[in-house]
Design a protein around this ligand. Structure first.
Ligand SMILES: Cc1c2[nH]c(c1CCC(=O)O)Cc1[nH]c(c(CCC(=O)O)c1C)Cc1[nH]c(c(CCC(=O)O)c1C)Cc1[nH]c(c(C)c1CCC(=O)O)C2
Length: 341
């Protein structure tokens, strides 16, 4: 019924700018925290009824224009044979990281059936949404997944990741190719299960130079977007710190390019090209600010996108866990009110 998100992805006219927020289901909501008190993160992800329920929590509470399936980008790594844990207070940990050729060879080239619980959650969420808003599926992009697989968790400087890339390029490309194939199959299954758009999260790819991006990453991302084109759903390509590589991300693929807050949206759109849609780009920390300051920033972003087709309002990265929930609600209303034709 509300299809302004899908229309904006296709660069069709809309009544007002669609808005959704990355990580819109999460700890900043009391509804989420009370479910999390009873279940671990992995339990939530692997129990389709619970994952579907969490997916709908922000939709029941706010006038958002899209839902995103509740899951995590690291789930395919677990299915490929890595031991994943969401450790309380320190984020994800992989206990048997990938460090050499034999580790890459051991990774299972899964077809996606191992992640059927995500597809079940998609089917249940679609049913519960009853057409109110479209449902987005997602996966991590090969570079960001490789960085977790190699570092064994989050990283500041990506020393181990870049060391493999620079020292053993053939091992690197083998790993990236495996990840790209798994992600393509996984996203295809999500689409068949009912995902009406998909987002590829390359959250940490901004740590690379443009030269390294085109050599070590671009061909693998291209394989994913090429492989999914015939599915016919809009594809969003997101990263942070990507100002220097936006034009290469565009070349790699995606109908919509995600932009973080470090670059003004109109400048980013010029780099990407106006024949693509864009998504972004409010600083997630701006949601902590006073309402007047939030409004000023929302207005600025809308002004930079004004007069063009294909802007989806979002944050430049995920909502932080301590964000005031009333500010989230206010920001969503501001986007709709200030952009209404
Ligand atoms: C890098 C990355 C991850 N996961 C994800 C990314 C890419 C986006 C980004 O860069 O933020 C993507 C992701 N993770 C989650 C979603 C759910 C859908 C949504 O609402 O957007 C999505 C789209 C749930 C989650 N994934 C995670 C949580 C918190 C789990 C909890 O309840 O304790 C949620 C709601 C755990 C997770 N998962 C990951 C990290 C670094 C963490 C710990 C950070 C934290 O604790 O906030 C890996």
């Amino acid at each position: 019924m509300n299809d302004r998100f899908l229309k904006a992805c296709r660069r069709e006219p809309v009544d007002c700018t669609p808005v959704w927020f990355m990580r819109q289901a999460g700890r900043y909501m009391t509804e989420y925290r009370s479910l999390r008190a009873k279940h671990s993160m992995l339990e939530l992800c692997k129990t389709p009824e619970l994952a579907a329920q969490v997916t709908l929590q922000p939709i029941e509470r706010f006038p958002l224009d899209a839902a995103i399936i509740f899951a995590d980008i690291l789930l395919p790594l677990e299915a490929m044979g890595l031991h994943l844990e969401f450790a309380e207070g320190e984020g994800p940990v992989i206990h048997n990281p990938v460090r050499e050729r034999a580790d890459v060879e051991r990774l299972r080239l899964i077809e996606g059936g191992e992640l059927e619980y995500v597809c079940d959650a998609i089917r249940q969420a679609r049913q519960a949404l009853h057409g109110r808003v479209p449902l987005i599926g997602f996966a991590g992009a090969p570079f960001t997944l490789a960085s977790y697989a190699i570092e064994g968790g989050g990283s500041r400087n990506y020393v181990l990741t870049k060391s493999i890339m620079y020292r053993e390029p053939d091992v690197w490309h083998k790993l990236m190719d495996k990840l790209a194939r798994v992600v393509t199959g996984y996203l295809r299954r999500q689409i068949k299960a009912g995902a009406q758009a998909v987002q590829l999260f390359d959250s940490w790819v901004g740590c690379l130079s443009a030269g390294d991006y085109t050599e070590y990453v671009l061909p693998h991302v291209q394989l994913i977007f090429e492989g999914l084109k015939r599915e016919g759903v809009p594809m969003i390509h997101f990263g942070t710190g990507t100002t220097a590589i936006l034009k290469h991300m565009r070349a790699a693929g995606g109908d919509v390019i995600g932009v973080d807050w470090r670059v003004p949206l109109d400048e980013a759109w010029s780099l990407i090209g106006h024949d693509r849609a864009v998504q972004g780009n409010l600083d997630p920390v701006a949601l902590y600010g006073p309402l007047g300051e939030i409004e000023r920033r929302v207005e600025d972003i809308l002004r930079r996108a004004a007069g063009r087709l294909g802007h989806i309002f979002n944050l430049g990265h995920g909502i932080l866990p301590t964000t005031p929930v009333e500010h989230v609600e206010a920001a969503i209303s501001m986007v709709h009110k200030l952009s209404m034709k």
